[in-house]
Design a protein around this ligand. Structure first.
Ligand SMILES: Cc1ncc(COP(=O)(O)O)c(C=O)c1O
Length: 402
């Protein structure tokens, strides 16, 4: 039982504003069943989790923990391997702060990361003397496992890469990098911000130790939600970012005995409605079928790439569809990305992102300041994409330069 595009569109109130929403790489709109799940928490069992014995507290705890199972199912993990966070960035910071990396330990990452997968490692470099090595050389922003292999030495503790580039759309060879990490006994963290929910993702196939992901992008979940997958034999090695109430077995004045993972990562009152909404969102995308979402995004991307046929338009990233996600990053010669984005909005309510997309090193590598970026999800229509292609062509013809 899959959900048709029309059914999904009918479920998303935001689309009734008439917007052509091609900014899904930033965040996605929320379907009504996800909003309803959050509302049902507020209306029916608006209590705290993990503590009370009354019926509302029990129900809130059950629904909160059920969300862990649903998230786990999406990525082929076990519920006890899922740590809730407020976004991808927090999940990456949790690994960076929590692994106890010390002076001269080495972390390898790539030139094409989102700032959220660069700054946490830079901080370790500054504060703890961790060595950060950055690899990547391809013009299409594709990662080459051989470059990671060459950078591994006996001090290397962790490799971290994105799965799909938010800036350019390249799909990275995460399974190959995962194998490499295992062969050398190095940990592997995948930033799956642009892949989970958009395409089938299986942590066992990738063979990663950690995976950071948002609830509010491919999964169509609420803003303020995300998670970290930590493999069951690695999760205990992680120090939680927060400590305090809600995670203790027994406390004395100078010591405390804490609960086991993953609940040890839930200090303080979490985003209970958001996490319940995230659980519902996981069911929702699984009802559509994640392979169906991937197939459709690929077709929409194929159509978007037609803008490249115009000699005044430059599209960045891999030429072929097989190494691409649903993100198309482009420039019209003679116009700034912000001018292009403003015109698309003003002329046809088309929402695209413009700028450096939190990936400045990527754009320095490409020797440009930024791009306009269109990114799709399952609910986008062929006619919306056609409108986008047509308008980009018209703007390039009227205002672009050769
Ligand atoms: C590849 C990548 N990593 C990390 C992030 C940060 O995600 P979040 O906003 O969930 O912290 C993003 C957001 O766009 C992203 O695209």
């Amino acid at each position: 039982m899959t959900k048709s595009v029309d059914e999904v569109r009918a479920d998303i109130p935001f689309l009734r504003t008439g917007i052509i929403y091609l900014d899904n790489a930033a965040t996605t709109p929320t379907p009504e069943p996800v909003i309803e799940a959050m509302l049902s928490y507020y209306h029916e069992f608006s209590a705290n989790v993990g503590r009370g014995l009354h019926r509302a507290a029990k129900r809130a705890t059950e629904e909160f923990e059920a969300a862990r199972e649903k998230v786990a199912r999406v990525i082929g993990a076990k519920p006890d391997e899922i740590i809730f966070t407020k976004n991808t960035t927090e999940a990456i910071n949790l690994v960076a702060r929590g692994l106890g990396l010390k002076r001269d330990d080495k972390v390898i990452t790539s030139l094409f990361e989102h700032h959220s997968n660069l700054l946490p490692w830079q901080r370790l470099e500054r504060e703890r003397g961790v060595k950060l090595e950055v690899v990547g050389s391809s013009r299409e922003c594709l990662l080459n496992p051989a470059e990671f292999e060459a950078a591994i030495d006996r001090n290397t503790r962790l490799i971290t890469t994105h799965h799909v580039s938010n800036a350019i759309g390249s799909v990275q060879p995460v399974e190959e990098i995962g194998k490499l990490a295992r062969d050398y006994g190095v940990l592997y963290l995948v930033d799956a911000a642009q892949s989970v929910g958009h395409m089938p993702v299986d942590v066992r196939k990738i063979g990663c130790d950690f995976m950071a992901a948002p609830g509010h992008k491919g999964l169509l979940g609420p803003q303020g939600t995300g998670f970290l997958y930590a493999r069951e034999d690695k999760i205990s090695a992680l120090e939680p970012l927060l400590t305090g109430g809600g995670i203790v077995e027994d406390v004395d004045l100078h010591s405390a005995r804490l609960v086991d993972p993953p609940q040890i990562f839930d200090a303080g009152t979490p985003n209970i409605p958001g996490i319940i909404g995230l659980g519902r969102a996981c069911e929702y995308v699984m009802d559509i079928g994640i392979d169906k979402i991937a197939e459709r995004e690929m077709e929409l991307t194929r159509r978007m790439l037609k803008i490249a046929e115009n000699s005044r338009v430059e599209v960045y990233g891999p030429r072929g569809l097989e190494r691409r996600g649903g993100v198309v990053s482009f420039n019209i010669s003679g116009l700034s990305p912000h001018e292009v984005a403003s015109m698309l909005d003003e002329l046809a309510k088309i929402a695209v992102r413009s700028g450096h997309h939190c990936a400045q090193p990527t754009f320095r590598h490409l020797r440009i300041n930024g791009t306009a970026r269109a990114s799709v999800h399952y609910f986008n229509l062929e006619s919306e994409v056609e409108k986008f292609v047509e308008l980009v062509g018209e703007i390039a013809k009227e205002l672009g330069t050769l």
